[in-house]
Design a protein around this ligand. Structure first.
Ligand SMILES: Nc1ncnc2c1ncn2[C@@H]1O[C@H](COP(=O)(O)OP(=O)(O)O)[C@@H](O)[C@H]1O
Ligand code: SF4
Ligand SMILES: [Mg+2]
Length: 345
């Protein structure tokens, strides 16, 4: 990761902090989308957020950026950006904080670009609006950022309309645009899913390079746990709107304990998997967001489920200072050993 070396006592500050975040639909009978999510992203850290489709990853990303869709609300819990609770800020200051500190990169770069405007005017808007930079200076800075993301001919790109660029180029433009305000963190929500497979690795490599060279923290949202394990410092696993495990990426393959994490790892085809072989999947499907869950949400699909799993939600325990897990089977296995509760995220 890109964090400068610290002494034993110096822990990098949190740039993102979610505490017990509950997000629901806004109705008389609300659907619970996030069921109490706590996580942190520290300065300069590269964190992967993984889980199957529907587990709540995008909702986490949008909640941090204060961009929850119409009809979806934060019911309780808090979001902190650079140590400031979003709730405590008036709308204008909240917008300014997020505009400066957080860059959001979405799956489909076209969604972040206005198709009827050239790239140049779109890119420089943030500098003109948040920083009062002159047009000429803003264009110079935009060209610099485009070069940083590997675009050799920024003049041509600044003069182009989005549809004149490939998907990979558009995603680079969106990332460059996000970098203009000098953010502390880039939240990249499945940034390569919509791209040609040949350019996917180069966009991921770019994010890793930004992290290591510019010390920008990255929250990389993905459904591919193996790729995230390779690129990130830390992996957070979500299931049905909850965090089930969080651990150092280096420990993922050997030390992941949650049955869902293990199943996710097992469902990713390896290089040895014959191309004609049927891809492994996790049997069953995740609960619907409308389901009322008394116990562990993974219980109907879990090979290790026991009686209490159907009725009691497992608590998140710390196995060591960088590894947390929420699972009764793991907890029972550890019953003979002291376990530190109420971990950091
Ligand atoms: N606007 C919405 N209204 C109702 N349910 C929603 C809305 N947005 C997302 N959801 C539900 O919340 C769950 C989590 O969605 P999402 O955060 O997009 O998951 P992921 O990004 O992991 O695929 C899904 O089951 C989805 O159907
Ligand atoms: S709490 Fe129970 S059902 Fe849930 S993952 Fe652990 S063993 Fe399986
Ligand atoms: Mg998503």
């Amino acid at each position: 990761m890109g964090t400068a070396p610290t002494t034993r006592d110096e822990v990098p500050a949190d740039v993102i902090g979610l505490s017990d975040l509950v997000v629901t639909t806004e109705s008389s009978d609300p659907v619970v989308i996030l069921r109490g999510v706590s996580l942190t992203v520290r300065a300069g850290e590269l964190v992967g957020l993984v889980g199957e489709s529907g587990s709540g990853k995008s909702t986490v990303a949008l909640a941090i950026a204060d961009l929850l869709p119409e009809g979806v609300v934060r019911a309780s819990g808090s979001v902190r950006v650079n140590g400031e609770a979003l709730d405590a800020l008036p709308a204008k200051r909240r917008g300014a904080l997020l505009g400066r500190k957080v860059a959001l990169v979405l799956q489909d770069p076209s969604a972040s670009l206005n198709p009827v405007r050239r790239i140049g005017p779109q890119m420089i808007e943030v500098l003109r609006f948040h920083f009062g930079v002159s047009r000429a200076e803003a264009l110079r800075l935009a060209a610099d950022r485009l070069r940083e993301v590997g675009i050799d001919d920024p003049g041509r790109v600044l003069a182009s309309y989005p549809d004149m660029l490939s998907g990979g180029m558009k995603q680079r433009v969106v990332i460059a645009m996000g970098l203009l305000a000098g953010p502390e963190v880039v939240i990249a929500d499945e940034p390569t899913t919509a791209l040609d497979v040949r350019v996917q690795a180069s966009v991921l490599d770019l994010l890793v390079r930004l992290n290591s060279e510019k010390d920008v923290a990255i929250l990389l949202v993905s459904h591919n746990i193996v790729a995230v394990g390779e690129y990130c410092d830390r992996v957070i696993v979500m299931y049905a709107g909850t965090i089930v495990e969080s651990l150092a990426a280096a420990d993922l393959m050997a030390s992941a304990r949650h049955p869902y994490t293990r199943a996710l790892i097992g469902s990713v085809p390896s290089l040895e998997t014959p191309t004609q072989a049927e891809l492994p999947t996790i049997p069953g499907s995740p609960p619907d967001p409308g389901d009322v869950l008394a116990g562990c949400p993974f219980e109907p699909r879990c090979p290790l489920a026991r009686a209490r799993c159907a009725t009691e939600l497992p608590r998140r325990i710390a196995l060591d200072e960088s590894h947390t897990v929420a699972c009764w089977a793991v907890e029972e296995e550890l019953a003979q050993h002291p376990v530190r509760l109420e971990p950091s995220c």
